[in-house]
Design a binder for this molecule. Sequence first.
Ligand SMILES: NC(=O)c1ccc[n+]([C@@H]2O[C@H](COP(=O)([O-])OP(=O)(O)OC[C@H]3O[C@@H](n4cnc5c(N)ncnc54)[C@H](OP(=O)(O)O)[C@@H]3O)[C@@H](O)[C@H]2O)c1
Length: 278
Amino acid sequence: MSSPSPAFPTVAFIGGGNMARALIGGLRRGGMAAGRIIVSEPSAASREGLAAEFGVTATADNAEAAAAGEVWVLATKPQVLRGVCEALAPLAQARRPLVVSIAAGITSAQLDRWLGGGQAVVRSMPNTPALLGAGVTGLYATAAVGEAQRALAEALLRPAGETVWIADEALMDAVTATSGSGPAYVFLLAEAMQAAAAAEGLPAEAARTLVVETIAGAARMLKESGEPAATLRQRVTSPNGTTQAALEAFAAGGFMPLVAAAVHAARIRGAELSALND
Ligand SMILES: NC(=O)c1ccc[n+]([C@@H]2O[C@H](COP(=O)([O-])OP(=O)(O)OC[C@H]3O[C@@H](n4cnc5c(N)ncnc54)[C@H](OP(=O)(O)O)[C@@H]3O)[C@@H](O)[C@H]2O)c1
């Protein structure tokens, strides 16, 4: 995992909620000085928590944080971001920060417009395992973002997990539908497997352990073997065996098209939400 260098510029987090905490925690563990991080956050309890846990400066004033930061991380909920950005537009024009947004569904063109235009914007989509440093983030940079700024954005997000650059912003809704919402798909599979195991007579606690460790182990095999999922699946499927019986039941129920329809629905909803915030 790459650590931010001592030369890392001051980073202002606008919004100090769950995702901001995950990113700040990652930066601090990577060795970034607390004095290089400032957070603006309306809740006094959250500000106290951020200051106590990470040693960072926390303020209620977005402009105060933004005035100190060469990098702005926009980490509020998408619904309030327009107002937040418009209030910061004069400062954005004066300072020309690198703007890194983690807000779902807000486009770089919206951000640029709300900030008065001409901004270097990186739009990113992390996911909740970022809270454990086990996330994955899709990143998109506008043409105004230079190489050094791309590296900065990546260094910011890298402590939260893997990063994947996306060349076409139109695909960011597909990123959201895949990895942003994706943890919920895996949790749904876990729920369904636990319920099925219980229906077959296993005690709930045993079912939970069997399911959780199966998913965690299979995920490690996927990651560490580097083999395609289909190859790993075929390897545990002996002809006319138990796994084949299960896979035939999945196919009969339309599992693959069902997953495709679910990811598609998430992508379409992402585009709709983006239009609502315009
Ligand atoms: N959680 C995820 O899985 C995930 C994944 C990818 C992207 N994201 C994106 O990350 C962003 C933050 O999500 P989150 O889960 O961290 O939400 P969150 O915990 O609600 O964090 C948002 C923070 O912004 C604060 N805030 C509200 N209005 C503000 C304002 N005007 N100025 C400054 N701060 C303000 C909120 O304070 P109060 O609570 O006091 O209102 C809250 O602490 C969202 O845009 C979301 O789309 C989240």
